[in-house]
Design a protein around this ligand. Structure first.
Ligand SMILES: [Zn+2]
Length: 253
């Protein structure tokens, strides 16, 4: 007996092949959060589901409740975001953001804000915004949603306002930037330039249009990237696997 049917928007976060012709998908949905679903026979050429059930798209999926996995019964493509796939860096970034979303979500808990955030990030990648800018924008808002907004205005130890002319360090375990007077933990040696600190502030304050228009030295963008990766690694406890792939893409371009 098939279980109760329901229909939802969904984005495929990850998938693996299962049995002879099936595929198990991790879906992110607005109302049901993250869930595992099985697409039976999807790898057969004759499958009705096959062509549509792809990642990097917003899907409309009909599911039947199952004991272990819910079962995909119908699927159509809502938004394909085809331009996103034109660039390998945009594609790799989209996978990285999907993985961050996956690791941030509990199964079966409603996740409207995070769903909307990922959807918007894919729209921006599709529209051609620089993948690095989209990724930092996403990471900063994800940190907000997780309740771990990094401190970039005041020293995380003494609460002094961070100002030009001082030197700063970036200490993710303490929650952000540290002033030059505070010792911090013994291994806290990662210097943060004033320019990178300003860029992190910009990611907290500016909207995407303003962020897309910024002109910055590549070194400052790399510094902000490292800072946000380190910060989220502490927040999410382990390094995202897809970062290795993203780095490979960059080296090869
Ligand atoms: Zn301090």
């Amino acid at each position: 007996m098939p279980g109760r049917l329901y229909v939802t928007d969904a984005i495929v976060l990850s998938r693996f092949e299962y049995g002879e012709a099936d595929r198990v998908l991790t879906l992110m949905t607005p109302g049901h959060g993250k869930l595992k679903a099985i697409a039976r026979g999807v790898r057969r050429p004759t499958s009705r589901l096959g062509g549509s059930l792809e990642p990097l798209a917003e899907l409309r999926v009909a599911l039947a409740r199952g004991r272990t996995f819910d079962v995909v019964t119908q699927v159509s493509v809502g938004h394909a975001w085809l331009h996103l796939r034109d660039s390998l860096e945009a594609t790799a970034t989209a996978w990285y953001l999907a993985e961050l979303a996956d690791r941030s979500l509990e199964e079966r808990n409603a996740a409207e804000p995070l769903y909307a955030l990922l959807r918007r990030a894919y729209e921006l990648l599709d529209a051609g915004m620089a993948p690095g800018r989209v990724a930092r924008w996403f990471e900063m808002r994800l940190a907000d949603q997780l309740g771990v907004r990094p401190e970039v205005d005041r020293c995380v130890e003494c609460d002094r306002t961070l100002e030009a002319g001082q030197r700063f360090r970036w200490v993710p375990p303490l929650g952000g930037a540290l002033c030059e007077r505070c010792p911090g933990p013994p291994h806290a040696r990662t210097a943060l330039s004033l320019e990178a600190l300003k860029l992190l502030k910009a990611y907290q304050r500016l909207d995407v249009e303003a962020l897309a228009a910024l002109r910055l030295p590549a070194a400052v963008e790399r510094e902000a990237e490292t800072a946000m990766r380190d910060f989220l690694r502490f927040s999410l406890e382990r390094e995202a696997r897809s970062l290795g792939f993203l780095d490979d893409v960059r080296v090869g371009r």
